[in-house]
Design a protein around this ligand. Structure first.
Ligand SMILES: Nc1ncnc2c1ncn2[C@@H]1O[C@H](COP(=O)(O)OP(=O)(O)OP(=O)(O)O)[C@@H](O)[C@H]1O
Length: 268
């Protein structure tokens, strides 16, 4: 049965280790249909690690992750392949291929997953998505002819070309000036409203997070400090959250023995 309130993402007790280091601790995480969830946290808090686990790029050490009803901690390659068609991903480093036109870049997922579509259909579908990101008419340009903000939007058009139910966006504002970054925020809101997409955004840009989020999950040292509305996060009395919001650095107490022990453990 298709319950409208069924979560699109449901994570229970997720643990992630890199070698002998535990990176994520007992993470519970749920995203409902139609919301924009921002994952926020300082550098090294585990945001990218969580994202990589949600996408099935890393196997969880413990816990379960359900995406669109599929338990990806148990799914086989075929199931994962089918699931990936329903996911859109725009990664920070996921630049456009410089040897292809903007339109051909956007069309890549269609060519990869939909051998039944003819060239005309592919062209129409990729043009439509370029129009949604305000790049109508830029189909035949090469990526080198676009500004940084336009490249991000073209990459976004590629991420949504298959009409994903779930869109993951890693650090949308990275490397953009404030005006271009604000335009991208508007675009993310438009995708949720016009295309009814459910969107997970990883960012450490507070202004952007507060503008686009329906809810925010705050990560710190691999643990979820809280999940709540923008207001709830802003007014949280958790000291670490207030440190993050006010950009106060964590007081680091270095235990030299523990540090050396960890170095030798990781070298093994
Ligand atoms: N492939 C890896 N192998 C070992 N340790 C890793 C690996 N990737 C990340 N880490 C460690 O895991 C921790 C969390 O890193 P992660 O990249 O998930 O944080 P983040 O919140 O995304 O940080 P940033 O905002 O700086 O990208 C860090 O201590 C990092 O050093």
């Amino acid at each position: 049965m298709n319950d409208a309130r069924e979560p699109l993402i449901e994570v229970h007790g997720l643990e992630a280790w890199y070698g002998k280091r535990r990176i994520l601790h007992d993470v519970d995480f749920r995203v409902d249909a139609g919301e924009i969830r921002v994952i926020m946290g300082g550098s090294g808090s585990g945001k990218s690690t969580l994202l990589r686990h949600l996408l099935g790029l890393h196997r969880a050490t413990a816990g379960s992750i359900r995406l669109l009803g599929t338990d990806i901690t148990r799914a086989g390659p075929r199931e994962m392949q089918l699931l990936r068609r329903k996911l859109g991903v725009s990664f920070q480093g996921g630049a456009l291929l410089t040897s292809l036109s903007v339109g051909d870049n956007v069309a890549l997922p269609l060519r990869e997953h939909h051998s039944d579509l003819d060239e005309n259909q592919i062209r129409i579908m990729s043009r439509m998505k370029l129009e949604i990101v305000n790049l109508g008419g830029f189909h035949d340009l090469m990526p080198s002819q676009l500004s940084g903000g336009m490249v991000k939007r073209a990459a976004l058009a590629r991420a949504i070309v298959m009409d994903p139910q779930l869109l993951f966006f890693d650090e949308p504002s990275a490397g953009l000036d404030p005006v271009v970054s604000a335009e991208l925020d508007e675009l993310i809101l438009r995708l949720r409203d016009a295309l009814r997409m459910t969107i997970v955004v990883v960012t450490h840009e507070l202004e952007s997070a507060f503008k686009i989020a329906d809810s925010i999950t705050v990560l710190d040292q691999g643990r979820i400090l809280m999940t709540g509305t923008v207001d709830a996060v802003r007014h949280s009395d958790n000291e670490r959250i207030q440190d993050l919001l006010n950009r106060r650095p964590r007081e680091v107490v270095v235990d030299a023995d523990a540090y050396l022990r960890r170095l030798t453990e990781e070298a093994v």
